[in-house]
Ligand binder design. Structure first.
Ligand code: NAD
Ligand code: TYD
Length: 353
């Protein structure tokens, strides 16, 4: 019998890569992509597999207490890969309740539906919760890394909401025996990334000769991972991870924001046929993000040694591929930056001076 797998948030950035991987690699699964299609969800991200016989899109909200249990009842899911979330730190600062609703309450609603649907037999079932390294807080410039044992210390409403959801996942495992697994990943980049996040925002602004807003002095460090490598890690952890365990996923690829943007400007100058140094003139230092975490860096030894995953791409290569994708997909960019998002962006940017 075919297995029924629920993937939440599949119309978003990372979710779309996970859905595509599962639909194409596992014809023996029926993949159900549940997504509320918020500003961050876009079915264009999946148009190449929309007609696949093992793929079904379901529009719905993970916070819906009536609909979610009905969906579990109807499709008898064998597994859940849960990515749906509010994901942007800056939005969490202006609207924390949206993050509390979706990231905490929505996750609990899914956990509860899975617990009730699987209560008579949890054998072979799996609830996989996708989380972030931001739950661990911030590192200094001291060469240390986040491991699976690092104590939680979230600082933004986004990371606090993800930390809370992680705790609920562990509580459902420990209290009810729900077969759960969690992964905490570093910053992703690649195709379909919504252009409010640093890399796609900068690509779009450089292309249109608009200022590139760098928060503070640009000294904050992030550990960047190509999104397809995250999707591969999710595949491996979903199939081989152990119940009750946590796996850190990271690129071992730390960049100061300002150095990353300078590298991006070099690539953009070359791709757009501009003189060297032209795009870098757009770099504009703006007011810092409140509570801005200084440095993130992941130790993914556990995932690499126990489950055999490793990143496949060097950063420069991944960044080139990402720039090529955005330059070839101007229509996608125009569509997602029109309307609702455009007014949000203008407000954000103006408020940063
Ligand atoms: P995204 O914002 O691009 O996509 C989120 C998706 O969830 C969208 O399609 C949206 O429509 C959907 N969604 C939001 N609220 C919903 C709701 N109430 N019900 C149903 N669907 C809803 O996010 P992303 O960057 O792809 O992140 C996916 C997951 O990975 C998140 O859980 C995030 O915390 C985690 N994560 C992201 C990163 C990163 O760098 N982007 C890194 C580590 C972990
Ligand atoms: P972001 O892409 O929002 O991811 P996160 O906050 O989840 O790490 O930001 C990445 C880094 O870039 C972070 O240090 C904040 C910084 N940043 C800017 O300097 N300017 C921007 O316009 C944005 C969106 C982010």
């Amino acid at each position: 019998m075919k297995k029924n797998i629920l993937i939440t948030g599949g119309a978003g950035f990372i979710g779309s890569h996970v859905v595509r991987l599962f639909v194409t690699k596992y014809p023996e699964y029926n993949i159900y992509n549940l997504d509320a299609l918020t500003y961050a969800g876009n079915l264009e991200n999946l148009k190449d597999i929309a007609d696949a016989p093992n793929y079904t899109f379901v529009k719905g909200d993970i916070t819906d207490e009536i609909f979610i249990p009905q969906l579990f009842e109807k499709h008898k899911f064998d597994g859940v890969v849960h990515l749906a979330a509010e994901s942007h730190v800056d939005r969490s600062i202006t609207d924390p309740f949206a993050f509390i609703r979706t990231n905490i309450f929505g996750t609990c609603n899914l956990l509860n539906a899975a617990k009730n649907a699987w209560k008579d037999n949890m054998e072979g079932k799996r609830f996989y919760h996708i989380s972030t390294d931001e739950v661990y807080g911030a590192l200094e410039f001291d060469g240390t890394f986040f491991t699976e044992k690092t104590k939680y210390d979230p600082h933004s409403p986004y990371s606090a909401s993800k930390a809370s959801s992680d705790h609920f996942v562990r509580a459902y495992h420990d209290t009810y025996g729900l077969p759960t697994v969690i992964s905490n990943c570093s910053n992703n980049y690649g195709a379909n990334h919504f252009p409010e996040k640093l890399i796609p925002l900068s690509i779009n602004n450089i292309k249109h000769n608009r200022p590139i807003p760098i928060y503070g002095k640009g000294e904050n460090v992030r550990d960047w991972l190509y999104v397809n490598d995250h999707a591969r890690a999710i595949d491996i952890i979903f199939h081989k991870g152990k119940n009750g365990e946590t796996y850190n996923i990271g690129g071992n690829n730390e960049w100061k924001n300002i150095d990353l943007i300078r590298k991006l400007c070099e690539i953009m100058d070359r791709k757009l046929g501009r003189n060297a140094g032209e795009s870098a003139k757009l770099i504009t230092f703006v007011k810092d993000r409140a509570g801005h975490d200084l440095r993130y860096a992941i130790d993914s030894t556990k995932l690499q040694t126990e489950l055999g995953w490793k990143p496949s791409l060097q950063f420069e290569e991944g960044l080139e591929k990402t720039v090529d994708w955005y330059l070839a997909n101007q229509e996608w960019l125009d569509n997602v930056t029109s309307g609702q998002y455009q007014s949000y962006y203008e407000k954000q940017y103006k408020s940063r001076g």
